[in-house]
Design a protein around this ligand. Structure first.
Ligand code: ATP
Ligand code: MG
Length: 396
């Protein structure tokens, strides 16, 4: 199963590009699911589904064309399906602290639940071999990053914190529940957490495998958007994911003669050139600004025709270069991480247990070291064209 994840700044055209790609894939013969992971869903709107008729029915895969399904992950449904114990406990605590029932239920939806639910589905679909391609329509960049970093964060929690919490609580619960101001979580809560964790297990390996998962960044030819795209590229690489396409949407067509657009056209050209140069060898694709909104299967088909004008198969694996690699170089080892567009001042590094922790700007990534490198310490780091090279040696 292939996973294609579309991310980018708010409003650039992620949903349209993801939906159009779904249309093309289904026409090519793939059983395709387009799944929206953005809590502000617009996938059904993009396919122009009558909201009255289809209301709520996209919270499970809904077939909208031959071989094409859409799924908008619905948090209320997911809470009933997956999060019952956890949210029941949190709601209970919030109620004890004086919140009304409805407010407590609202508050018990915490950030990440939606993304985690989406991951469980991706994992489930992979096991069931129900789809050939899953296209993920993500929320703007920051939330997409939370989505991709979730498995490692959870893994860390499950390894380091979870057993501790569970163990301590087991011991102190009988006494503490008599004196503590709030009730401590029951063991079913932990069982639920464990169960959820099992459901996403393996997804990190799947996301980091370039043969399975490709990240595609949608952008516009404008300064602020291009800058965010560059940051997104670094962050995704840091998380071990492979970006294999940059899609510049809403490019002014050449045949627009109105001089009102002259300046727009000149600046777009500048940013198109810059984008192409910056991201090379990652290929850049262009989609023109259409005369109208891109809504409904036919118009999505037109967008797909522009995007895949070269006849390319959207599911094809085009880049397998890993965003970071471990190499032996003479008397030392190196961890090499792709971080184009990064300044030295933004990079932080340290070793923690069997992990190398790399920080770029506000994003932190724990890179698990291979066994042969666990005993080594980072001694030096340099930025080498588009790479951060960390030298690792035995501590003397
Ligand atoms: N190339 C294009 N030409 C004309 N209209 C477009 C084009 N691409 C997208 N649109 C329109 O722009 C609007 C926003 O697009 P879309 O919803 O795909 O963006 P998005 O990045 O998913 O936004 P959000 O960040 O809110 O999820 C939609 O109305 C869509 O139909
Ligand atoms: Mg969208």
């Amino acid at each position: 199963m292939r996973i294609l994840l579309y991310s980018g700044k708010g409003g650039v055209g992620k949903t349209s590009v993801a939906a159009a790609t779904g249309v093309r894939l289904a026409e090519t013969g793939y059983r395709t699911l387009v799944m929206s992971v953005d809590p502000a869903h617009s996938l059904a709107d993009s396919f122009d589904l009558e909201s009255g008729l289809f209301h709520g029915s996209t919270s499970d895969p809904l077939e909208v064309a031959p071989r094409l399904w859409i799924h908008e992950v619905n948090i209320q449904k997911e809470i009933k399906r997956h999060w019952r114990q956890i949210s029941a406990y949190i709601t209970n605590v919030l109620r004890t602290s004086g919140l009304g029932e409805v407010e407590a239920e609202e508050m018990a939806i915490f950030p990440g639940m939606e993304e985690l639910s989406a991951m469980m589905y991706v994992n489930q679909y992979r096991r069931e071999t129900r789809f050939d391609v899953v296209v993920l329509d993500c929320a703007p960049t920051a939330e997409s990053l939370r989505f991709v970093s979730m498995p490692t964060t959870l893994d860390w929690y499950m390894k380091h914190i979870f057993p501790l919490h569970r163990g301590i609580l087991k011991a102190v619960r009988p006494l503490a529940n008599r004196v503590a101001p709030i009730e401590l979580p029951p063991d079913t809560y932990f069982a639920n957490v464990k169960d959820l964790f099992d459901k996403i297990s393996g997804i990190d390996a799947l996301m980091e495998d370039p043969e399975t998962t490709s990240i595609r960044l949608v952008t516009n030819a404008e300064k602020m958007v291009v800058r965010e795209t560059q940051r997104a590229f670094v962050y995704f690489s840091l998380h071990g994911l492979t970006v294999d396409q940059i899609i510049v949407n809403r490019v002014l067509p050449d045949d627009i003669r109105d001089d009102f657009f002259d300046e727009w056209r000149a600046s777009q050209k500048r940013f198109l050139d810059e984008t192409e140069r910056y991201f090379a060898p990652v290929p850049m694709k262009r989609v023109p600004l259409f005369r109208h909104e891109v809504v409904g299967i036919e118009r999505l088909g037109n967008l797909a025709a522009a995007l895949y004008a070269d006849g390319a198969d959207p599911a094809q694996v085009t880049r397998v270069e890993r965003p970071y690699t471990f190499v032996k170089a003479g008397d030392h080892y190196e961890v090499r991480v792709q971080v184009p567009f990064t300044e030295k001042a933004e990079v932080g590094l340290f070793k923690k247990g069997d992990e190398l922790v790399v920080e770029v700007g506000t994003v932190r990534r724990h890179i698990g070291l291979p066994t042969s490198m666990i005993a080594l310490q980072p001694v030096r780091a340099r930025l080498e064209s588009r790479m951060l090279v960390v030298e690792m040696k035995e501590a003397s």
